[in-house]
Design a protein around this ligand. Structure first.
Ligand code: CMC
Length: 457
């Protein structure tokens, strides 16, 4: 077991089973040549480049691994987030998500993800102050947001305006300077809620509300979203807490699609605002952070509890997916979904019950009892219930992925910095298996035969 507080060992890795015969190697026999290769195993993993020595002729490229969608490829060593998908475990820097959701705040969790340890009182106060110092955005950003069409998707506006921040903070390109990295991290964590609130106000045609730094991180966000003509926005403590917990639950999730995008794009040494825009774009898709939006659309299409069995039937016939169900890593109930389900009751006490909750509960009830879902280990994920809470709090459906992006920003920047400081990392650049045509000579246009273009292109 790891020693508490041991800062720089890959703690969880110490629990990886060790060989009883002391030989931590893999012996591979290439039946094409009869040659044997002994490959070292580290953390239950082999280095893909060790396979390159396996070849038939000396000038062959050597053996590669083929792993579309990275089903079984570790692209980094990380000390940030641990997930055991079979057991439904999620920990940030060793701390169980359930404890953080119950006892911590989003800003404390952000600090934990970025710096690796929970802050002391003075560290926390300084960190909160550093964030508050950067909540304002340049006035010109408002002009960008103004330029979007009235029905522009908030996520499209957020992605563009985060990318635009790189043009305001040209010092952000100094990614090797720790002070510059620190400043950009403050800016990103601080400004995401402001950008998100501005795109929301633009889409509902209301004037922008500037940050109120007397309020907490989620409280100020609610102020920028919902303040009308009152001089001081009165934050509902239940909604403030709920939003904070939702940000905590979304803060990091190891090498998911958007975090991988952050690392991959960041590995080219671009500034962190551009990398965050790429990560947010990855998050936008309905298979990732856009799923919470898709869940609500699905629930409203189903319309009533009595239509649930017919809907489940169409899913099983392959005519669509049960959005908010299934996960690449979790083959058990998503621990974040458990926390959210409890949180929903607290929120509904204030806002009134979301009528779509009954449809969601019925879907979960039927699916968890159905052979199709049991066999494929499909359980509710974080997005299944989060949208119901967001909707009850007054957010339009297309704001849901934006809320996800705010929470995930701390994880993105923590992972980005870890990638930059990792001496084993280089620019991300996968290999391919080339199956296209071999060498052929250019044919003049008049001499080309009519060829069939595949229908799916
Ligand atoms: N509804 C119905 N069938 C499903 C679903 C679903 N939601 N998810 C997976 N399956 C089936 C899939 O059809 C396949 O069946 P078969 O073996 O017969 O072909 C099997 O389960 C395995 O699916 P997969 O597509 O190979 O699994 P994956 O690991 O590539 O996909 C996923 C993971 C999250 C993209 C997928 O489960 C999905 O599309 N879920 C719905 C979208 C969703 O809720 N996404 C949010 C994920 S959690 C938040 C986040 O981290 O972004």
């Amino acid at each position: 077991m790891a020693k508490p507080g041991a800062p720089s060992s890959l703690d969880q890795a110490e629990q990886i089973p060790q060989p009883t015969n002391g030989r931590n190697t893999l012996t591979i026999k290439d039946d094409r040549t009869g040659k044997q290769y002994v490959i070292p195993i580290e953390y239950d993993t082999i280095h893909a480049t060790d396979l390159r020595q396996i070849k038939i002729k000396d000038d062959d490229f050597g053996m590669m691994t083929y792993d579309p969608a990275f089903l079984n490829t570790a692209a980094c060593k990380s000390r940030i987030t641990y997930i055991d998908g079979d057991k439904g475990i999620l920990r940030y820097r060793g701390y169980p998500i359930e404890q953080l959701a119950e006892k911590s705040t989003y800003l404390e969790v952000a600090y934990l993800l970025i710096y690796g340890e929970l802050p002391t009182k003075s560290q926390y106060e300084k960190w909160m102050n550093d964030i508050k110092m950067h909540t304002l955005i340049h006035e010109n950003i408002k002009k960008f947001v103004d330029g979007f069409h009235y029905d522009a998707h908030p996520m499209g506006m957020l992605i563009s305006s985060v990318a635009a921040l790189s043009t305001f903070y040209t010092d952000a390109k100094h990614i090797s300077d720790p002070e510059s990295r620190k400043l950009q991290i403050f800016r990103l964590v601080a400004k995401m809620p402001t950008l998100a609130a501005f795109v929301f106000r633009h889409s509902v045609g209301r004037p922008y509300v500037y940050p109120d730094n007397d309020l907490s991180y989620p409280g100020n966000f609610l102020n920028m979203l919902f303040r009308m003509t009152e001089l001081k926005y009165k934050v509902d403590p239940v909604l403030e807490h709920a939003l904070d917990v939702l940000f905590i639950l979304h803060a990091d999730h190891e090498q998911n699609c958007s975090t991988s995008a952050m690392r991959n794009v960041g590995s080219s040494h671009v500034d962190p605002f551009s990398a965050t825009a790429a990560a947010a774009a990855a998050l936008y898709g309905p298979l990732h952070g856009g799923a919470n939006e898709a869940v609500l659309l699905m629930l409203s299409e189903i319309g009533s509890k009595s239509n649930v069995p017919a809907f489940i039937k169409t899913v099983k016939e392959g005519k669509g997916r049960l959005m908010g169900f299934g996960h690449r890593v979790y083959k058990n109930y998503d621990p974040r979904a458990k926390v959210i389900k409890k949180l929903a009751d607290e929120v509904f006490e204030v806002t009134g019950r979301n009528p779509m909750l009954d449809i969601a509960l019925e879907l979960e009830h039927i699916a968890l009892d159905d052979e199709y879902f049991i066999k494929r280990k499909l359980y509710p994920n974080v997005d299944f219930y989060s949208g119901l809470i967001y909707q009850a709090m007054g957010f339009p459906v297309d704001m849901f992925p934006v809320l996800f992006a705010i929470g995930r920003t701390s994880g993105w920047v923590a992972q980005w910095q870890e990638m930059l400081l990792d001496p084993e990392q280089k620019i991300a650049r996968p290999r391919q298996i080339f199956l296209g045509p071999g060498l052929r000579d250019y044919v003049m246009m008049g001499k080309r035969a009519e060829e069939k273009v595949p229908k799916n292109l």
